[in-house]
Design a protein around this ligand. Structure first.
Ligand SMILES: Cc1cc2nc3c(=O)[nH]c(=O)nc-3n(C[C@H](O)[C@H](O)[C@H](O)COP(=O)(O)OP(=O)(O)OC[C@H]3O[C@@H](n4cnc5c(N)ncnc54)[C@H](O)[C@@H]3O)c2cc1C
Ligand code: FES
Length: 271
């Protein structure tokens, strides 16, 4: 429960309301290894603590990276920090994306908005062992072209011949030449072998519900669809009950769940 001090090495503005912090251990201890999909609790001293997924490469533990959208008290305080400032970190916590289980299969990554950040480590892991997977498809939706995250990296990924990248926006600007529409509609257009595909989905819950519907109607099995759930958290270790849904704790049993196991609570704010 005790946070470790981490120093901000770099602040990168991603969009108007989203930023990435690169952090290094301030106590000279070793960086904790993490699985793609896990999260840390970030503590802004005197303000509060929030769960934020790790958005960096799991095979590079020299820095840990978090990409955050400023929506309220703590995330706005995080946005106000600068290089050299210190925050507290507890973690990593929770379950990860099924990158090992998906070996030998097609992988379909479907993300909306800030959901690309928790899935970026999974993409790094898939690409680092590219030969172990069949087709890899990334479907990403943003509110507008200005809200697209990790632009340069998306362009790099787009230029790769062994990765299919589709990007859509809800609202286009005059110079947008790409697809307009919500991200679940991309599931219909993308080429992948549905009965042999594993899907990893992260975004607003309404987007995830419609995405699951599209994936299932294409023939992806419910047991091969994984979602990352977000609920209010305090302790992150299954003690306080803030994130509890009956027997399920989002913090320690999740945040990444198999769809067929989490379906009953999808869309419910509390049980
Ligand atoms: C496992 C997990 C991983 C997460 N990973 C990330 C991540 O990688 N990047 C990231 O930006 N966020 C992530 N979040 C969401 C993040 O934790 C919340 O946005 C944060 O706790 C909000 O705290 P706050 O003090 O800034 O806002 P508060 O002051 O608590 O809330 C202010 C207002 O924002 C609204 N609000 C709260 N949470 C959200 C939200 N998630 N989206 C939209 N509005 C919200 C509230 O309803 C309220 O109206 C994650 C959440 C969980 C549970
Ligand atoms: S956040 Fe305390 S039990 Fe999950």
């Amino acid at each position: 429960m005790v946070p470790r001090p981490f120093r901000i090495q770099r602040v990168r503005k991603e969009t108007a309301d989203t930023f990435t912090l690169d952090l290094i251990a301030g106590d000279e201890g070793v960086m904790s290894p993490f699985a793609p999909g896990q999260f840390n609790m970030l503590y802004v001293f005197g303000v509060g603590e929030v769960p934020i997924s790790i958005s960096s490469d799991p095979e590079d533990c020299s820095t840990v990276r978090h990409t955050t959208r400023a929506v309220g008290t703590v995330t706005n305080a995080l946005q106000g920090l600068k290089k050299g400032d210190t925050i507290g970190i507890r973690g990593p916590f929770g379950s990860g994306w099924p990158v090992e289980e998906a070996r030998g299969r097609d992988c379909v990554i479907v993300t909306g908005g800030i959901g690309l950040a928790p899935l970026r480590p999974a993409l790094y892991a898939l690409l680092a062992h590219r030969e172990s997977y069949r087709k890899i498809v990334l479907l990403y939706g943003a509110r507008s072209p200005e809200d697209i995250l990790f632009r340069q990296e998306l362009e790099r990924w787009r230029s790769k011949l062994d990765l299919d990248v589709y990007v859509t926006v809800d609202r286009a600007s005059v110079d947008w030449r790409g697809t307009v529409g919500v991200v679940p509609t991309l599931v219909r257009r993308a080429g992948f072998d549905a009965p042999n595909a594993t899907a990893m989905v992260c975004g607003p819950e309404v987007m995830m519900r419609f995405t699951v519907r599209e994936l299932e109607s294409r023939g992806v099995e419910a047991s091969q669809i994984y979602l990352s759930m977000e609920r209010n958290m305090k302790c992150a270790i299954g003690l306080c009950g803030h994130c509890q849904f009956g027997p399920t704790f989002i913090c320690k049993d999740g945040p990444v769940f198999r769809f067929d196991r989490i379906a009953p609570i999808l869309g419910k704010a509390e049980v």
